[in-house]
Design a protein around this ligand. Structure first.
Ligand SMILES: Cc1cc2nc3c(=O)[nH]c(=O)nc-3n(C[C@H](O)[C@H](O)[C@H](O)COP(=O)(O)OP(=O)(O)OC[C@H]3O[C@@H](n4cnc5c(N)ncnc54)[C@H](O)[C@@H]3O)c2cc1C
Length: 472
């Protein structure tokens, strides 16, 4: 079979879908999406059953379709915060988004198809079950929406060896396997490991039956500072804290000390240095829960797990044959380096504003639809690789703030950003008269220029405009 299209989007995860949604809304383009998975949603298809967004639904998904009802939860662990979609709600959202896109007559999704690259001058994709090849003639561009593909426990290959008789499951298998064990070893230091611990505690497991292997400790953001809409002042306060801490910081360590002092970042154990930064968030409630686990092993990465012994970089531990190991070591966000996003025949979707994957992808769709020149598109959208460690957070912030200033100099881009439901600051203009929001905007504007200068001293210079971005 041979089909022709304007854009071939490889990957129907959050970014491929958000890009397509925005491009189709802003142009007359025809798009073919391909994905190995049988359903849209990317890593969410393989996610553990009890996963939920760690950020509010209000600014997740595709731009043209709301996710949830922008309600503030009144009970439960998320009380007081905007609702967060579960796995099935996220997948339903993406399924509906695809159905609506297909109704335009300009979008086709080929699920269960793998991109094979170019052969004989023609792009080929293969149906994974039948092996049938589809040739795709691409009139404009191939869009790589898998460059930053997430690595999740269900599909990654652990970096440690597992003996045949050892009891090790990915987090997704925890609910089914939990009853088979008397105690648990959670492997990993990020948000997925936190979710495993929270799930066990929520099932009534005594914290003394949980051992937590953390090769390094992580910083988390406080979820209270990522609440949009009527609580947007809190987001502005968080950004003001970033700018204020950055303006005064002598180095990265001092920067994080100031952020912690300001309540901008949290770590599970305040007595242990944290070096990992992935942009994940926790609430005070979740933090208090996981702090109930005292048995934390810091002996480096796991090398091998046997039935009754675990070998780590800096020693080994006796375990027992009634212990279930829960693998939460997949890296989640990709560590791939930044590449130019726009080229004549391809687009490589990447982060631009920090910690906003769907917003970024949708913005790239808008820019692709409204600018002809790739140099100009790349000027407006410089890539901003995901961070893995604390040293990269200053770069994320500086580049985001530089880039936002460029957007605000372009009325159509600024207009799109202001109207987008994926923009976590969308409600700021409506709330900036509030004393909290006003004070935060003032603090941010006072310090952001100095913060960028400090960050550039801490790292290689950030290309872009000379001054800091005003907040709109
Ligand atoms: C557990 C978890 C929770 C998260 N929660 C949040 C959150 O609350 N808020 C937030 O903003 N971000 C969150 N993130 C960040 C997350 O990475 C993004 O939100 C987003 O879902 C990533 O989408 P993606 O399109 O970049 O990648 P993916 O979801 O990984 O999609 C890539 C797709 O490409 C396909 N693919 C790869 N190679 C090929 C090929 N050769 N041919 C065909 N298809 C191919 C894959 O099958 C996959 O479907 C979370 C991440 C994880 C892991």
């Amino acid at each position: 079979m041979r089909i022709t299209t304007d854009y071939l989007v490889i990957g129907a995860g959050a970014t491929g879908l958000a890009f397509t949604d925005s491009l189709v809304a802003e142009s007359d383009a025809d798009v073919v999406l391909v994905d190995r998975n049988d359903a849209p949603g990317g890593h969410w298809v393989h996610a553990y059953p009890f996963v939920a967004l760690h950020s509010p639904s209000a600014y997740y998904g595709v731009n043209s379709l709301a996710l949830g009802a922008d309600q503030v939860d009144t009970s439960g662990p998320n009380a007081g915060f905007y609702e967060r979609a579960t796995k099935s709600e996220v997948l339903d959202h993406f399924a509906e988004a695809v159905a609506r896109l297909e109704q335009t007559g300009r979008v086709r999704l080929l699920p269960g198809h793998e991109d094979l690259g170019v052969d004989g001058g023609v792009r080929q994709v293969r149906h994974l079950r039948t092996g049938d090849i589809v040739e795709i003639e691409v009139r404009r561009k191939v869009v790589d929406a898998r460059y930053l593909e997430s690595s999740v426990p269900a599909t990654h290959r652990p970096s440690f060896e597992v003996a045949d008789d050892a009891s090790v499951v990915p987090i997704g298998a925890l609910p089914a396997a939990a009853d088979s064990a008397r105690s648990y070893v959670v492997l990993g230091a990020g948000k997925t490991a936190v979710d495993a611990c929270l799930w066990l505690l929520d099932q009534g497991v005594d914290p003394e039956r949980i051992r937590w292997v953390r090769a390094r400790d992580a910083w988390f953001h406080d979820r209270a500072q990522f609440q949009p809409l009527d609580q947007v002042a809190g987001i502005m306060e968080g950004l003001a804290a970033d700018a204020e801490a950055g303006a005064g910081a002598t180095d990265v360590e001092d920067f994080f000390a100031r952020l912690e002092e300001a309540g901008r970042v949290l770590r599970i154990d305040p007595d242990v240095p944290a070096t990992m930064y992935r942009g994940s968030m926790l609430s005070e409630h979740e933090l208090a829960e996981v702090r109930r686990i005292d048995d934390v092993v810091r002996m480096g990465r796991v090398r091998r797990i046997e039935r009754d012994r675990t070998f780590l970089e800096r020693g080994d531990l006796e375990t027992g044959n009634d212990v279930l190991h829960v693998d939460c070591t997949a890296r989640g966000l990709s560590n791939a380096p930044a590449l130019p996003i726009f080229a004549p025949d391809r687009i490589v979707l990447q982060q631009v504003r920090h910690n906003s994957p769907p917003f970024n992808a949708a913005l790239l769709g808008f820019v692709e639809a409204h600018r002809d020149d790739d140099v100009e598109k790349n000027r407006l959208c410089p890539p901003n690789a995901y961070a893995a460690s604390t040293t990269e957070y200053p770069r994320l912030l500086a580049r985001t703030w530089r880039t936002e200033e460029l957007w605000f100099g372009e009325p159509d881009v600024a207009g799109w950003v202001a109207a987008s439901r994926l923009n976590l600051l969308q409600a700021l203009p409506a709330h900036q008269h509030e004393p909290r929001a006003q004070a935060a905007v003032t603090r941010y504007l006072t310090h952001v220029g100095d913060a960028i200068a400090r960050f550039e001293q801490m790292r290689a210079p950030v290309p872009g405009a000379d001054s800091a971005a005003p907040v709109r």
